[in-house]
Design a protein around this ligand. Structure first.
Ligand code: BGC
Length: 376
């Protein structure tokens, strides 16, 4: 029998390896290597993965594929992949920016997709591709990476992509889009605005002297993004919370973790979305794979508590997440215990196969939370 500490160490090392081994030549991270619908690289998942490797690489350098600072080298390759994808679409994105300036909505073909194939090409039609949080999250992740590895000024291609992404987000943030769960494409989502706000602030740090209007996004959230009870709302006009709202404070920093609005939001997430034993649902109407408990959300809440200094609560959530690893140490996206809509489970399994596992984003959150608990 392995001790708890040995099991944790194994999961930590496996998380590093599972991420590094599923990075594709060119820098893309597959969201999950064995689920066909997830064999793409998302800005959002990748942003958190690269951030996890950035902070982990700050604590310890590991050797992989010939690199002695494998985490930072991997993050560099992902940032380079993002910059290439964005720059390749420059003409289309400029069209969207120009249309927004005329008060017109963007044409879907002129927006950034949520996910791309590793070679930077688009996936099959029909996916809810128009999502604005991912590019914001990417800027944030890059702004955490560049100063840590002392990249200053940015390489020209990166600077061009950062400026273009920030102008695109600054032009489109009021436009309804799919949220980070790829749902509700007709609404403006508060967690998405959190990511955009953070992305615009990040771009200003990356490109000193530029201004992208982040303050207007924050003002909008405070004016239009609250429920009648004073929590952050899942989307504008909705009296409902979503666990993705944790991100508005950590890591996006639109509100401080102890801001009363954030405290009320977390309290409602705990009341409505936390399962006994510490798994966390996305939102009350979730039917995806039956609406199970998400490992990366338990870890996200743990990250919030770690930053807020409530380490006992953080550790309880992490312990639950650790228990969800299988014999190989692979973490899933969600677990089918305590489902909100059990009748929907079988349909998704028939359509996509078993729940995604390993999900690189879950492993990334594990690295992040371990770092937050162990060193700040
Ligand atoms: C989730 C997204 C995620 C994608 C890939 C989807 O099911 O809703 O948040 O980016 O899977 O992991």
């Amino acid at each position: 029998m392995m001790s708890d500490d040995a099991r944790r160490q194994r999961l930590y090392e496996h998380s590093q390896v599972v991420i590094l081994e599923n990075q594709q030549p060119g820098g893309a991270y597959l969201a999950c290597p064995n689920m066909p619908d997830y064999q793409f690289s998302w800005f959002r998942d990748g942003a958190f993965i690269a951030y996890a490797l950035t902070v982990d690489g700050d604590a310890v350098g590991i050797t992989h594929s010939g690199s002695m600072a494998a985490q930072w080298e991997s993050a560099r390759q992902f940032h380079d992949w993002c910059a290439t994808v964005v720059n390749r679409r420059a003409a289309a994105l400029e069209l969207s920016i120009a249309r927004a300036a005329r008060g017109e909505p963007p044409a879907l073909a002129d927006t950034l997709n949520a996910r791309y194939r590793p070679d930077g090409e688009t996936g099959p039609d029909g996916w809810p591709e128009f999502q604005l949080d991912g590019p914001g999250a990417w800027l944030c992740s890059l702004a955490a990476y560049a100063p840590r590895v002392r990249i200053h000024p940015l390489p020209l291609a990166w600077a061009r992509a950062v400026d273009l992404t920030a102008r695109y987000l600054a032009a489109l943030w009021r436009t309804p889009c799919y949220d980070c769960w790829e749902e509700r494409g007709d609404s403006v989502h508060i967690s998405t605005l959190g990511a955009i706000y953070a992305g615009l602030c990040a771009a200003e740090r990356l490109l000193p002297g530029r201004r992208y209007g982040a303050a207007a996004v924050r003002d909008f959230v405070l004016a239009r993004g609250l429920t009648p009870g004073g929590e952050l709302a899942k989307s504008v006009g909705l009296d409902m919370v979503d666990a993705n709202l944790i991100g508005v404070a950590v890591p996006y920093g639109l509100l401080a973790p102890d801001d009363p609005i954030m405290r009320r939001t977390i309290a409602r997430i705990e009341r409505e979305l936390c399962v006994d034993g510490s798994g966390v649902h996305r939102h009350l109407e979730d039917t995806y794979y039956g609406g199970g408990a998400w490992v990366l959300l338990a870890l996200w809440l743990a990250w919030y508590y770690a930053v807020a200094g409530e380490t006992a609560r953080a550790r309880a959530l992490v312990a639950w997440a650790e228990d969800q690893a299988d014999a190989e140490g692979n973490l899933p996206e969600q677990v089918n215990t305590a489902m909100l809509a059990p009748a929907s489970y079988a349909g998704w399994v028939a359509q996509r196969g078993p729940i995604a596992r390993p999900l690189l984003w879950s492993h990334a959150k594990y690295l992040i939370v371990r770092g937050a608990l162990e060193g700040g």
